[in-house]
Design a protein around this ligand. Structure first.
Ligand SMILES: *Cc1c(COP(=O)(O)O)cnc(C)c1O
Length: 378
């Protein structure tokens, strides 16, 4: 046989798989540690909503049946909440799947997809998987540069992805800027606003009420149950768009793309406003605590509209990651995003945040981070 490499589609050779936050069990297995905290994937530190848990437990005996491929009840409930039509909604196996579906449905080979650099890495990966050309536009002052994105448009541009707020930065674009942008971008280009952190960001000054833009046929909004709703493990996200766009996206998906338990849990989670409010409160308190401690330690960080904070450790992010990991604290090193001296930390419970700061400070005082600076500059 020839080498497998020769059999693979050429575009698949162009990239490495997505590197996710390290799972707790993996760290337990590899390092033999017991007390591990994970602050690496922006998950909800409170666990899932109890209403969601209860609903799933009650439904477990039905898993011999295929799920409703149309997510009828979940769609109806979400449509009511958002005051839109069910026909404007598509659910996915995480919003990750919707990102893929958008590209699969609309992108012809060789067409261009514009995104910020850095931004959610899946935009680039999913584009390459489908033989598209990712066009990366640098941020300006750690914010999405809408002007430069407009300038990057060519006749081959088909899709523009904007995570708002940006992941891993945590900054966001305001409603008036987005409105002007949507008006100026030719309407044969799809504009995807990935609002994975919507619930955390919605009360920030000027954060867009993007549902207003749904009358534009080329606008798609993405949201998820993975972050504020605490259901990352079940994989549930959704896209909102014009009915015709949704129809074509439905053409590209598997018939049963959203599993049964995810649908049940999603419905219950939408009813659990107390859990959501508690989550938002804990994250807000945690954010204030971490800002205060980072100020005390003299570190720079980016003010975040999300449940994570990007911190400039002025040293080698990979090395710090390994050191923290050995102590059972999982954070995200940012070298894969081109931010070699930064780490991204998910805001956890009070205890987790304190343990993060305590561990971090020990390494700072022990000179581990300073040493990193030296090796980096040499
Ligand atoms: C976490 C995240 C997602 C969510 O993905 P799911 O597939 O819904 O878990 C999407 N976009 C961004 C920017 C994210 O940070």
């Amino acid at each position: 046989m020839r080498e497998v490499k020769d059999l693979v589609r050429k575009n698949i050779l162009k990239f490495k798989p997505y590197k996710a936050g390290k799972p707790i069990k993996e760290v337990q297995r590899e390092l033999g540690l017991k007390r591990i905290i994970k602050l690496a994937s922006n998950e909800n530190p409170l666990g899932p909503s109890l209403l969601a848990l209860r609903a799933i437990k009650k439904s477990l005996s039905n898993i011999n049946r295929y799920p409703d491929g149309n997510c009828f009840y979940l769609k109806r409930k979400l449509a009511e909440r958002l005051n839109i039509q069910p026909s404007n909604i598509i659910f996915g196996n995480g919003s990750n799947e919707i990102i893929e579906l958008i590209i699969k449905t609309f992108l012809n080979e060789g067409e261009e997809v514009i995104m910020s650099k850095p931004d959610f890495l899946i935009f680039r990966l999913a584009t390459l998987q489908e033989n598209g050309l990712p066009i990366e536009v640098d941020l300006k002052d750690f914010c999405c540069n809408l002007g430069a994105i407009k300038e990057a448009i060519t006749p081959k541009t088909k899709i523009i992805f904007i995570a708002n707020p940006n992941n891993p930065i945590g900054s966001y674009v305001r409603e008036e800027e987005i409105r002007g942008f949507i008006e100026e971008v030719p309407d044969n280009i799809l504009i995807v606003l990935d609002e994975a952190y919507y619930e955390f960001a919605k009360d920030e000054k000027g954060y867009p009420d993007s549902l207003k833009f749904l009358d534009k046929k080329n606008v798609i909004i993405l949201r998820t149950f993975s972050k504020a709703y605490g259901l990352a493990g079940l994989r549930l996200g959704y896209g909102l768009a014009n009915e015709e766009v949704i129809d074509y996206l439905n053409n590209s998906r598997q018939p049963f793309n959203v599993n049964y338990l995810a649908q049940i849990a999603g419905e219950a989670a939408l009813d659990d406003d107390r859990f959501l409010q508690k989550t938002l409160r804990i994250i807000e308190e945690g954010k204030r605590y971490l800002y205060k401690e980072l100020d005390r330690l003299g570190l720079s960080y980016i003010k975040s509209a999300t449940n994570f904070i990007l911190i400039d450790i002025k040293g080698n992010s990979k090395k710090l990651f390994d050191k923290m990991l050995a102590e059972g604290v999982i954070v995200r090193e940012m070298s894969t995003y081109g931010l070699d001296s930064w780490i991204r930390v998910t805001i956890g419970t009070r205890n987790e945040n304190e343990r993060f700061i305590e561990t971090f400070e020990r390494f700072m005082e022990g000179g581990v981070i300073d040493n990193c600076i030296k090796t980096r500059c040499n």
